[in-house]
Design a protein around this ligand. Structure first.
Ligand code: PFF
Length: 454
């Protein structure tokens, strides 16, 4: 009954049609630019394998408990973040829901610009091949009118899908697109193994330098990458779980979603690093920036001739597919909140919010410095703040989160629930607080650099 009708006689809440629809939509949210573009570049910044190891630890210790926390709040209330936190925590906590909406706004505004570059590469490389001068080419397309056009196109696509609704839009897109993406990425990894000179790439990616493990910068970026990649800290998983009809085993689903997300990121690394090392392009990734992969990889694909073109097109198609299913979830957080709070129709909410986000994104499309700045503020700092407050909420404020975690839990996970509750209460808040602290200083440095240095 809780799912039959919204509060105050608003129309019945639309639900996912099947368990797999939900899982794939959540995996679709998690798997995106974060797995293939961001993961590879922060892994390169963090010294390769050492980062990967820390990242696994962060996914297990912080990511899975936090994901479960978001899922239980969403399923228990069947409300979007603002309403859900208000219902369980009172008015004060509803501000956390508003923070989530703001973060969704900010992240989608620049995410869509990067997704636009990706789509452009996918389309243009299919038609005319990869550019011979990837560095120059990237500076031409990354910012300014060209970037704006593709950004707007991508936003229009995202708005279109969210407008259609949960089952026909979001669920259907995920069911179709996610398997396609998995197949492409796995196929590419097999192909990368056949390259001459790929060994150095694997070595870099898979043999950890133990000294890097204690580097606070690497620890901070591994934690933040986990939040970003698993779509945590801004209510995306909460929102999707609010469309769950049945008492599914959320523990199992949190593990499935997190594992699938890690698997795609890890496999993408098995493509990116061998390719880059086989072509001797490691320096361009070492001095990694937002755009490095968009320069190094097209350069590599171009150098490989015909085969490179086919593979490159597939790579960018997979990236674009991941981007769209993630963007859907970002817009859905904003849209569902507007529907619930102001009683707007889905169509109106998706279009109006989508347009506002697209307008905000013009700034990031105009300059990659602005894009980097917004990524640092929203994608790094605010996600960590959101994750911290969410863990405090579920650990200390919500009544008996363990009972909700146990609802529908099979025997395999039920025994773990008490420990997860302890983790959420005692481990997550202090650890994530440290991450927030480091992110605060990192953000301050980026803001200073932005206003001082350029
Ligand atoms: N998880 C997405 C990715 O890895 O690309 C990005 C993202 C989506 C972050 C949704 C946050 C979010 F709520």
């Amino acid at each position: 009954m809780a799912m039959g009708s919204g509060s105050g006689g608003t129309p019945a809440r639309e639900l996912f049609g099947s368990k797999w629809g939900f899982v794939l939509a959540a995996v679709g949210s998690a798997v995106g630019l974060g797995n293939m573009w961001r993961f590879s570049y922060v892994a390169a910044e963090g010294g390769g394998a050492a980062f990967v190891l820390l990242y696994i630890i962060m996914v297990i210790l912080l990511g899975i408990p936090l994901m479960l926390s978001e899922l239980v709040v969403g399923r228990k209330t069947h409300l979007s973040p603002i309403g859900a936190l208000r219902e369980l925590g009172g008015r004060g906590w509803s501000y956390l829901g508003m923070l989530f909406v703001l973060v969704g706004f900010l992240i989608l505004s620049y995410y869509s610009v990067i997704a636009g570059w990706t789509m452009r590469f996918a389309v243009e490389s299919a038609m005319t091949g990869f550019p011979g001068d990837p560095g120059d080419h990237f500076s031409e397309i990354a910012a300014g009118p060209a970037a704006i056009g593709w950004h707007l196109f991508f936003m229009a696509l995202t708005i279109g899908i969210v407008m259609i609704g949960v089952q026909k839009g979001i669920e259907r897109a995920a069911m179709l697109l996610m398997p396609t993406l998995f197949l492409i990425v796995v196929g590419l990894a097999f192909w990368a193994a056949t390259l001459d000179g790929s060994g150095a790439g694997y070595a870099y990616y898979l043999t950890p330098q133990l000294s890097e493990l204690m580097n606070p910068d690497v620890i901070r970026s591994a934690a933040s990458q986990a939040f970003f990649s698993l779509s945590l800290g801004m209510g995306a998983m909460l929102t999707f779980a609010s469309y769950l009809a049945k008492d599914e085993d959320l523990n199992e689903q949190a593990v499935t979603i997190s594992f699938a997300d890690f698997a795609v990121a890890f496999t993408a690394g098995l493509v990116v690093f061998p390719v880059i090392f086989a072509l001797g392009l490691q320096d361009s990734v070492g001095e990694s920036t937002v755009g490095a992969l968009f320069i190094a990889l097209p350069g590599a694909f171009e150098a490989m001739g015909g085969a490179g073109r086919v593979v490159g097109v597939l790579f960018f198609v997979a990236l674009a597919v991941g981007a769209i299913t993630s963007a859907i979830s970002l817009l859905e957080v904003v849209t569902s909140s507007i529907i619930d709070e102001f009683g707007l129709s889905r169509r109106r909410a998706a279009v109006s919010m989508g347009i506002l986000i697209a307008l905000l994104g013009l700034a990031s499309a105009w300059s990659t410095d602005i894009l980097g700045l917004v990524d640092q503020i929203a994608g790094e700092l605010l996600l960590a703040v959101g994750a911290l407050l969410m863990s405090i909420f579920v650990g200390w404020k919500m009544k008996d989160p363990g009972a909700e975690m146990l609802r529908g839990a099979g025997p395999r996970f039920a025994g773990a629930v008490p420990y997860v509750v302890l983790l959420v209460k005692w481990l997550l808040p202090p650890v994530i607080a440290v991450v927030v602290w480091f992110q605060f200083w990192a953000t301050l440095a980026v803001v200073r650099g932005f206003f001082g240095g350029g």
